[in-house]
Write a protein that binds this ligand. Structure first.
Ligand code: NAD
Ligand code: ZN
Length: 251
C-alpha cells in the first residue's frame, strides 16, 4: 500500500493538469450512504421504483417520502471529510485543475474546491415543474409532500433522476477536462453509471495516467486503471497529498 501511494505521488507531483472524478464513495466517510455496495441505499429501496424520472412524475409524493427525504436527512448532517479536504489541498498546490463529481451533496464546494463540475446536478436546490423557479431545499417546508412552489407547481430537486439527460454544459465540460488531463484520479465510484463512467476512458484514450482509489475493485480496476490503490478515500487521499507536498518542497 505504502509503495502504491509513493508511486501515485511521483506521478501526481509532476502532473500539470490533473482531474479527479468522484462518486458516492468519497462521501461515505461523511455519513452519506452510497447507492451500490455494502450499506448502500439500493439494499433498502428499488431504484427503478423510486429513482427513475417516470416514478417521480407518476407519484411525486411517494418518491419525496421514500427517497428524497431520506437522502436529505443524510445530506443535512454531512460535512466534508479528509478525502474532500485533501482534494482542496491538491488544487491549492496547483496540481488539481477540475473536480468532476457525480455526487449531489455539494461537499466538494463546501470543502473549498473552486472548479467543481456537478455531473448529476445538486440536491440542495429545487425547481418548480410548472414555472421553473429555483428555490433552496432548506427554505422549503416538508411538512406536506410533495412540497409546492408558490405557483402551485410541484417542486423537484435539481439533480437528475435515472432516465434523464446529463446537463449539457456539465457533460461538455467534463468531456473536455477528461480529454485534456494528464492524470485522472478516480475516487469512490463504482464506474457503473453512464455516461460518467466513460470519463476515465476518454482520459486514458488521450494519454492520461489513471489512479483509482476505492476499497473494492471496479470495472476499471482490471481494465484501464494504471494504479489501483485499494483503500478508503479518507485515509488514502490525505496520505497521497502529504507525499505530493513533500516532493514539491524538494524541488
Ligand atoms: P456507487 O454508489 O455506485 O458506488 C460507490 C463506490 O464507492 C463503490 O465502488 C464503493 O466500493 C466505493 N466506496 C465505498 N466506501 C468508500 C470509501 N470510504 N472511499 C472510497 N470509495 C468508497 O456510487 P457512484 O459510482 O457515485 O454512482 C451512484 C450515483 O448515485 C452517482 O451518480 C450519484 O449521483 C448518486 N449518489 C450520490 C451521493 C452523494 O451525493 N453523496 C450518494 C449516493 C448516490
Ligand atoms: Zn412554480
Amino acid at each position: 500500500m505504502a509503495e502504491l501511494i509513493q508511486r501515485a505521488a511521483d506521478i501526481l507531483a509532476t502532473s500539470k493538469s490533473a482531474v479527479v472524478l468522484t462518486g458516492a464513495g468519497i462521501s461515505v466517510e461523511s455519513g452519506i450512504p452510497p447507492f451500490r455496495g455494502k450499506g448502500g441505499l439500493w439494499e433498502k429501496i428499488d431504484p427503478m421504483r423510486y429513482a427513475h424520472i417516470n416514478a417521480f412524475l407518476n407519484d411525486p409524493a411517494t418518491v419525496w417520502k421514500v427517497l428524497i427525504k431520506e437522502m436529505k436527512q443524510a445530506l443535512d448532517r454531512a460535512r466534508p471529510n479528509a478525502g474532500h479536504m485533501g482534494l482542496v489541498e491538491l488544487e491549492r498546490l496547483g496540481i488539481l485543475k477540475t473536480v468532476i463529481t457525480q455526487n449531489v451533496d455539494g461537499l466538494h464546494q463546501m470543502a473549498g474546491n473552486k472548479d467543481v463540475i456537478e455531473f448529476h446536478g445538486n440536491f440542495a436546490r429545487l425547481r418548480c415543474l410548472d414555472c421553473s423557479r429555483h428555490i433552496e431545499m432548506a427554505k422549503v417546508s416538508l411538512a406536506k409532500l410533495p412540497p409546492r412552489c408558490r405557483c402551485g407547481g410541484i417542486l423537484r430537486p435539481c439533480c437528475i433522476f435515472f432516465g434523464e439527460l446529463i446537463p449539457h454544459r456539465a457533460l461538455i465540460r467534463s468531456q473536455q477536462a477528461s480529454a485534456d488531463c494528464d492524470v485522472m484520479l478516480v475516487i469512490g465510484t463504482s464506474a457503473e453509471v453512464q455516461p460518467a463512467a466513460t470519463m476515465p476512458f476518454i482520459a486514458k484514450d488521450n494519454g492520461a495516467f489513471i489512479i483509482e482509489i476505492n476499497p473494492e475493485p471496479t470495472p476499471l480496476t482490471a481494465s484501464i486503471s494504471n494504479l489501483p490503490v485499494m483503500g478508503r478515500a479518507g485515509t488514502i487521499v490525505p496520505r497521497l497529498v502529504e507525499e505530493v507536498r513533500r516532493r514539491l518542497a524538494q524541488v
